[in-house]
Design a protein around this ligand. Structure first.
Ligand code: PLP
Length: 412
């Protein structure tokens, strides 16, 4: 018997893509991880979470361990509502669903809105896990380029006009990461955020706003697209993975109540009430504004160290976008296939994610790579970039002068 013969056509089609995690090869011992989009290990509040678990069980005994969980699950919802309200997003209890991380939220949204005839639009490049999720539901994915100001809404409009003129299906939704995007670190301007909303009304589609990094500005957090949404077109997805701990698996969808009801229908018991009530206790006993200040200070400083090291050790004509928050710096090495460079970088003891994994059409991403400043410490970041510079230099020797392509080239 071969169990694979029982797989659904959808599953078989999905197995033709790169396996999940293909972008993160096994790293040699001692390798400096500039690939990992993980929080700084020193910022994970392990002791506080331990105290929260103890307090929860002391106060509620077995209650949090039942199917229904503790009443604190509802209090977590209220805490998230309050945080959202501070950012101009006002949602009722019926307009908010707690999920197992942003990934479950994205999967639920895709499951509810997509079938194999449905069209979804994504940024190019975009978060590879979201791309994988969408590919599990439809083959009709359309990429819209981004530049230093975020998604090119002019190009989105051209695509929409063109499809309408030709009688083709319009997207059910657009997936966007407007703030400190993964992988490019860019932020969509307020003007373009508003333009996106106008287009969504004019061409009748929803917006999935992935705000995983939205509170991690080096200066001021930009207002989420959801804060401008007067028609309920935006499904705002958030997460505590990047600001508390990814292993807790706490995320959410804030959106139209009919949509939230549909999401509850499919989510069933696939989330974690124990983790949710622990998070509620943790938040009740934490000055979260103070914590955010600390996170911003640490990541701002680490990003500055990374950028300085890049200026010093990466040869011309390597270029990059300077982020205003988040975890990532997006780098272009004209004329070099960063997948081919990776084995040498790993041998030298530094990792990054080759750009191709963030593109629907992987050949669009060969000259790019994503660096993360969140996980490695400052010394490792400097060593890592020095190593990367040593690996890149011979690849550049003998290349013809790079053609400058304005729409693609991150500007230093
Ligand atoms: C843009 C984006 N969305 C969502 C996620 C996943 O978040 P979560 O851990 O809450 O599932 C990530 C994590 O890397 C991300 O970069």
């Amino acid at each position: 018997m071969k169990v694979g013969t029982y797989f659904s056509e959808n599953s078989k089609a999905a197995f033709k893509n790169d396996p999940p995690g293909a972008w993160m090869p096994n790293l040699p011992d001692g390798c400096i991880r500039l690939s990992s989009g993980y929080p700084d290990p020193a910022l994970i509040p392990a002791e506080e979470i331990k105290a929260a678990v103890a307090r929860l069980l002391d106060e509620e005994h077995d209650l949090p361990l039942h199917y229904l969980g503790s009443p604190r699950v509802t209090r977590l919802k209220q805490q998230i509502q309050k945080r959202l309200a501070e950012r101009g997003v006002f949602v009722s209890e019926e307009q908010l669903l707690i999920t197992s991380g942003a990934c479950q939220a994205i999967d639920l949204i895709a499951r509810i809105l997509l079938d194999d005839q449905a069209v979804v639009a994504v940024e190019s490049p975009t978060y590879m896990e979201a791309l994988e999720i969408f590919q599990n539901y439809t083959k009709q994915i359309i990429s819209i380029p981004i530049d230093g100001q975020g998604i090119r809404t002019d190009r989105l409009k051209e695509m929409l006009v063109e499809r309408k003129r030709n009688g083709l299906a319009l997207p059910r939704f657009l997936y966007t990461i407007p703030t400190y995007q993964n992988p490019t670190g860019t932020t969509t301007s307020t003007e373009r955020r508003k333009h996106l909303l106008e287009l969504s009304s004019e061409f009748d589609f929803l917006i999935l706003e992935d705000d995983a990094y939205g509170e991690l500005s080096f200066d001021k957090n930009p207002p989420p697209i959801k804060s401008f949404d007067e028609c309920g077109r935006v499904l705002h997805v958030g997460s505590l993975s990047k600001v508390v701990a990814p292993g807790m698996r706490i995320g959410w969808i804030a959106g139209d109540s009919e949509f939230i009801k549909a999401s509850e229908w499919f989510k069933k018991d696939l989330d974690h009430p124990f983790s949710q009530s622990t998070m509620a206790v943790y938040l009740e006993n934490t000055n979260f504004e103070k914590r955010l200040h600390l996170l911003k200070d640490v990541y701002r400083a680490k990003c500055a160290v990374l950028l300085r090291a890049m200026e010093q050790f990466l040869p011309d004509p390597v270029s990059w976008y300077v982020p205003a928050g988040g975890y990532f710096v997006w780098v272009r090495i004209p004329g070099v296939d960063t997948s081919e460079l990776l084995p040498q970088a790993l041998a030298e003891g530094v990792s990054y994610v080759p750009g191709k994994y963030f593109f629907l059409n992987q050949s669009d991403g060969t000259e790019f790579l994503r660096l993360s400043f969140s996980y490695a410490n400052e010394k490792e970041i400097i060593d890592g970039i020095q190593r990367l510079g040593r690996v890149i230099a011979p690849f550049l020797n003998g290349l013809p002068d790079p053609e400058v392509n304005d729409t693609n080239a991150p500007t230093p």
